[in-house]
Design a binder for this molecule. Structure first.
Ligand code: GLP
Length: 242
């Protein structure tokens, strides 16, 4: 793992956006693995600005998002498909047919997960995977005790995750869907490059466990210590316990 501590969270977002933009400029047909969550909003805002200012061509880029809530169709305001359209896809000229988010409304979620994994393979794998870190150490929706070798599948969300994400559902954890489709930790580790972004004091303790602690299924983010090309960007608040 390479660790960079930026002076503040805005600069974290700027560096992450720069790396994504440079990836696409160097290889216009890149396959990007994308993430959602509050941390990513600032990154996508910066990326949209960079793409517009520098005229970066996203039309040949393929994207695969990490996860989606089971039961939410793509048009639902809290779905991750909707999040991606709003924060990135609508603004960078990506070919809609090349964007992939698991279909949370698929009648057979397990089959959808298997098909999603196969689609990543057919695209040639992921060149650069963007990742956040959950307050409980999850990556994607791989909750603590997920197998470090897991593949794309249906998971039940941890109570801590329901609480962490309740803000998007009117503040009530019981309104957050209980299940999700997520790329597995094993799937994530196969990306050629990984970029994990962690900001804010609430993540300080778990960032230290993921980066410096033993590799353990109790902290799925720690699996990235095994990745051969993983960069972690932090702001000083998130790096406070390193
Ligand atoms: C969410 C997502 C993750 C995300 C993480 C952190 O539940 N499934 O992909 O990276 O939790 O979210 P945030 O940036 O809002 O703290």
């Amino acid at each position: 793992m390479k660790i960079i501590i930026c002076p503040d969270s805005e600069r974290v977002a700027g560096v992450a956006a720069r790396l994504l933009a440079d990836q696409v400029r160097a290889r216009p047909e890149s396959v990007l693995g994308l993430a959602t969550g509050r941390t990513m909003e600032a990154i996508y805002r910066r990326l949209v600005g960079t793409v517009r200012a520098e005229g970066i061509d996203f039309s040949a880029v393929t994207t695969f998002n990490l996860d989606e809530y089971v039961g939410l169709p793509g048009g639902h305001a809290q779905s991750y498909r909707h999040y991606m359209e709003r924060h990135l896809f609508a603004h960078v000229g990506v070919d809609p047919g090349r964007t992939h988010v698991p279909d949370g409304a698929a009648p057979d979620a397990e089959a959808q997960a298997v098909a999603y994994e196969a689609r990543i393979g057919r695209a040639g794998g992921i060149d650069l995977q963007l990742l956040g870190l959950g307050e409980n150490g999850h990556i994607g929706f791989n909750e603590p005790l997920s197998s470090l070798a897991s593949r794309t599948r249906v998971v039940t969300l941890a109570r801590a995750t329901l609480a962490q994400n309740a803000g998007m559902f009117g503040g009530d954890p019981s309104h957050v869907p209980a299940r999700a489709i997520t790329m597995g930790t094993g799937t994530i580790l196969e990306a050629r490059k990984a970029l994990m972004v962690v900001t804010g004091a609430r993540k300080a303790a778990i960032a230290a466990r993921a980066i410096e602690g033993p590799v353990s299924a109790t902290v799925p983010g720690s699996a990235l210590q095994y990745h051969r090309d993983c960069l972690v960007l932090l702001d000083p608040a998130a790096a406070a316990a390193l």
